[in-house]
Design a binder for this molecule. Sequence first.
Ligand code: PHE
Length: 379
Amino acid sequence: MDLEHLSTDSLERIARAATPGEIEGLRVELLGKSGTVTGLLKTLGQMSPEQRQVEGPRLNGLRQTVAAAIDERKAALEAAALEERLARETLDLTLPAPEMPQGSVHPVSQVMDELAEIFADLGFAVATGPEIEDDWHNFTALNMPESHPARAMHDTFYFPVQNGVETDHEGAQQRRMLLRTHTSPVQVRTMLAAVKANPGGAPVRIIAPGRVYRSDSDATHTPMFHQIEGLVIDRDIHLGHLKWTLETFLKAFFERDDIVLRLRPSYFPFTEPSVEVDVGFALVGGRRVLGGSGDAPGHAWMELLGSGMVNRRVIEMSGLDPDQWQGFAFGVGVDRLAMLKYGMDDLRAFFDGDVRWLKHYGFAFLDQPTLSAGVGARA
Ligand code: PHE
């Protein structure tokens, strides 16, 4: 077959190719390793230089023409296939969209957000501390020296002592690591940080929400639970400030004006005087509904939280002068607050991770603006 003929014949066949597969077959047949055009190009090697000068451009021209025709035909076939698909496929906008599974905000996160918002309005900042705490911050600095009987009340999870050697806290105190048993060590850490930032001390107004751990487990106790600590340090702070703050916070949290508190003398090593706070409730359909005095007919008192004026020894150990600074502190169970507000009865269900429970008790991101849902969700 002469070159002219081969060229027309190839181009015709390429033009007739109806599928990408056929085009690919032609590419192999003509331009492949042992293809017709490739074979012709190989003959250039045996030609004389004069002959090659004539035949070289002709053969290369043929190869380029064929390659270009193949590419073009291939693109045209692909475009046609796409057109055909677009014409065939239709989009039915009346079909219901597939359901998108959506998570929800855990009641504990929800309550922590609510508390942060309530206390932010009262001028409190949020402080944090480590869950793996040392002996000194969790006990000693809170006026519970070693072998203090109150330590035994906490059912502490201790870490094993490393190599039999206990590290020192600031060269003096024994430092055994443990899972913090309450959020009160954040009191100490916050005061220490305040003194560091401002020698001589500074007013402090914080809440510290977080996880705490005790070796305890039944329907109302889990080895891990949540507390929120409150701490106010300033000049001339007294019990009246504590009572007003707790009343204001509980009224805002439970969204009721008739919350009545009873302050009862109590004992905590880190507060003096210490005050246990009870709240009045009525039993309605087997559920505790907060409100009214616990002494009113059909009402009773329920213990809600521990608090008191920060013990001057704690203020001292935190680096502040107790003759100049004093304040109050309180600690309350977040899970307990959630159970009371949203009517759940088994604490263990909080941490089982059962999606059905979360679906029932969880909070939607968009229904209620929360800090957990992120600032973006508020928009
Ligand atoms: N830390 C105490 C507890 O866990 C609660 C508390 C905090 C009491 C602050 C007084 C002041 O039981």
